[in-house]
Write a protein that binds this ligand. Structure first.
Ligand code: V47
Ligand code: SF4
Length: 376
């Protein structure tokens, strides 16, 4: 099967020798280099990278496409930082334009799901002084007291770095406090793009790339899991994207603690980078495909439908993605405020299953750690 596909990809088309070489590597299960990654971005057509990515996707996940039952809680959209791509946050001086929830208010949201089969709550938002170590410790404990089986996937190195510094704790000490309070895993946010120059321009002041990676590494070495994202399609170059994935691939080689990689398309509505045009859907699909090929030690590539829209997410399943995230239930504002097609992101199980079956795959409900809950 692989040979037939390889033959078709390499010999039926008039492609560059470097691309043929990359195809040979991918079909024989060899890792591609940094330079190969850049070559794919610069010269790989959508059809070419798509064939390679589909091969890798099939090898890793067969016909399974994963989703979960989840909802988000965004404790605040007020933030001490002002990342220029962010449409969602409000500065502390304008805090009356935003929201800052108390632990009780968040518990009320959690309780709304008492009769629903959700397995995960995803908690992240802005960074404010009063949502500190004590705030999140109490929150995690009370969620677990109320519903012990609900998986808490919460906070990113951006929040951790700020909170632990304020509490005068090392990353290890802080993560242990949160783990003991009930934190189960980390979402992939705050990674943006690791290149220092670009990061300084779009996300200056918040945790550095090294700090982001170190925090995930410590968490993995404590025996736990997390995700990784990449914000793409703004002012970064193809080299920056490959550099970003390369740093993740190196960390994953050391820990194997990442569950999924989630490319996040820059959306330009009402932020300081509104003058930067958004990339095309073709570029989105090429990016999914190249990440699938490059990140050979990541099991899952997630097409986050709330950000990219359900149609493109469905297309991405043919370009390397094997996960669609979850039902969400209209509980995140990060992307709707940035101009996503999905203004009220919410899908029923049946709608997700239909999206997946629509491309001839098997829909698999998973928990956060990819244990199978139900095969549809
Ligand atoms: O770090 C913010 C991004 C991230 C914009 O781990 C934007 O399962 C595009 O990390 N255009 C937070 N992106 C969301 C996130 C996430 C989402 C879904 C699943 C998981 C997971 C993690 O959202 C931020 C930032 O990179 N973001 N504003 C924007 N205008
Ligand atoms: Fe704050 Fe996160 Fe928005 Fe940056 S992306 S301004 S850290 S909420």
């Amino acid at each position: 099967m692989a040979e037939t596909q390889e033959h078709k990809v390499i010999f039926d088309s008039n492609i560059l020798p470097e691309l043929k070489e990359i195809a040979h590597k991918v079909f024989s299960g060899k890792r591609i280099s940094f330079e190969d990654g850049v070559t794919l971005y610069k010269h790989g057509s959508l059809g070419f990278v798509g064939s390679l990515a589909d091969h890798v996707r099939k090898q890793k996940n067969g016909d399974y496409v994963f989703f979960n039952h989840n909802f988000h809680v965004e404790p605040t959209n007020v933030c001490v930082y002002s990342c220029s791509f962010c449409s969602y946050s409000r500065l502390i001086k304008n805090r009356e334009q935003g929201w800052e929830l108390s632990v009780d208010q968040i518990l009320d949201i959690i309780k709304k799901y008492d009769d629903q089969p959700v397995t995960e709550v995803h908690i992240t938002g802005g960074v404010v002084p009063k949502q500190d170590l004590a705030f999140y410790s109490e929150l995690f404990k009370r969620i677990k007291q109320h519903r012990p089986s609900l998986h808490i996937k919460a906070l990113t190195p951006v929040e951790f770095h700020y909170i632990f510094k304020k509490a005068k704790l090392t990353y290890e000490e802080g993560l242990k406090v949160f783990k003991d309070a009930g934190l189960d895993s980390l979402p992939g946010g705050g990674a943006e793009i690791f290149d220092k120059d670009i990061r300084d321009q779009i996300a200056g002041g918040k945790c550095t790339s090294e700090e982001w990676l170190e925090l995930h590494e410590i968490w993995h070495k404590m025996g736990h899991h997390s995700n990784a994202t990449m914000l793409y399609g703004h002012i970064e170059t193809f080299e920056h994207r490959v550099d970003h994935m390369n740093r993740l691939r190196e960390l994953q080689d050391r820990t194997n603690g990442f569950n999924a990689f989630i490319p996040l398309k820059f959306r330009n509505k009402e932020n300081q980078m509104s003058h930067v045009p958004e990339v095309s859907i073709i570029e989105d699909l090429r990016n999914y495909a190249i990440s699938r090929i490059y990140l050979d030690n990541f099991m899952h590539i997630k097409a986050y439908w709330a950000m990219i829209g359900r149609s493109t997410a469905q297309l991405a399943l043919n370009f390397g993605a094997d996960d669609l995230d979850g039902t969400i239930d209209d509980t995140t504002k990060i992307y709707s405020m940035a101009g996503s097609e999905e203004q009220n992101p919410k899908l029923t199980t049946q709608e997700l299953v239909d999206l997946i079956k629509g491309v001839g795959r098997v829909a698999v409900e998973r928990d956060t750690l990819y244990n199978i809950v139900k095969t549809h």
